[in-house]
Design a protein around this ligand. Structure first.
Ligand code: MEV
Length: 307
């Protein structure tokens, strides 16, 4: 029994989405987390194996806040099933703490594999809701956008606390994702913004509402298949993210390199303070932008095309 889940990038609207503004996210289907269930000796219980991290944890003895164990307990409780005698093994292509949704991808893939092993299929809603509980352990006060776009595996317009709207994108949306090589600590980045907002609410509220307006315009640009307009909106979104203090010199170097090499737009994606940037490119322009990103120090450059 095997299941997988994609990574994700936020096209527009990170951080402001935590405060009720809309955001657009797309799945990164080429970077995946895979979860496999295999039967084990009777009485052995459930063993959780994070293969890339070389970690093996028995569910019975795992700490309450161990993310994979927490997820397994949630799934068993939801299905009203006893712990099976089995091994749950996770492999992931996704870099950890990079703004690409690796934690939510592990949760969604693992929830589906465990449920499948027990003879159940989890709907998108349920897989997303279970993963959201674990996101709270990872990130403190997440909006829920990561678990949502990853469970649906479709582009979404997301508003915290509401059912996601699946976005039909009728032109290929080609993004380069460039890793700065520095971890993006979502919990700290979100907590930092929250703290600064408390000391200067007017400044932050004004920027969040501008980000919300940009997301609505980005949606319209996508619907009108106007990629140059979308690129300009991504640039404007990045400028606001800089103003709220979540960019870094490394991220700035990557964003500038992408724009100078001909990207239609570029911005940090996810929590910032490290992690990845995204650049909107044409098919013809992609190689030059990818080369410029590598020259500017990106440790990985991936391409994803959403249709
Ligand atoms: C999520 O990938 C990035 C943030 O918007 C936090 C959240 O939405 O929970 C910064």
């Amino acid at each position: 029994m095997e299941s997988s889940a994609p990574g994700k990038v936020i096209l527009c609207g990170e951080h402001s989405v935590v405060y009720g503004e809309p955001a657009i996210a797309v799945p990164v289907t080429g970077l995946r987390c895979r979860a496999r269930m295999a039967p084990a000796m009777p009485g052995s219980g459930l063993l959780l194996v994070a293969a890339d991290l070389n970690q093996r944890t028995a569910l019975r003895t795992a700490a309450l806040d161990h993310p994979l164990a927490a997820l397994a307990r949630l799934v068993l409780e939801h299905l009203d099933c006893d712990e099976p005698d089995a091994v749950l093994t996770i492999h992931s292509d996704l870099p950890i703490a990079a703004g690409l949704g690796s934690g939510a991808a592990v949760s969604v893939a693992a929830a589906r594999a465990l449920a499948g092993f027990l003879g159940h299929v989890l709907s998108e809603e349920v897989a997303s809701a279970l993963a959201y509980e674990v996101e709270k352990l990872h990130h403190g006060t997440p909006s829920g956008i990561d678990n949502t776009v990853i469970a649906w595996e479709r582009p979404v317009v997301f508003v915290k606390g509401k059912a996601p709207e699946v976005l039909e994108i009728s032109i290929p949306l080609r993004l380069l994702i460039a890793d700065s090589g520095f971890p993006a600590a979502t919990r700290e980045a979100v907590a930092g913004v929250r703290q600064r907002r408390e000391s200067d609410p007017d400044f932050y509220e004004a920027r969040f509402s501008r980000m919300g307006a940009l997301v609505r315009m980005a949606r319209a640009a996508l619907e009108q298949q106007d990629l140059p307009a979308l690129g300009r909106l991504m640039d404007a979104n990045h400028a606001l993210l800089v103003e709220i203090g979540v960019s870094t010199p490394r991220l700035e170097a990557l964003v500038q390199a992408a724009r100078l090499a001909g990207a239609l737009g570029a911005k940090l994606t996810g929590s910032g303070m490290g992690g990845n940037i995204i650049a909107l490119v044409t098919m013809e322009g992609a190689p030059a932008v990818a080369g410029a990103l590598r020259d500017a120090g990106a440790v990985h450059v991936w391409q994803t095309v959403t249709t």
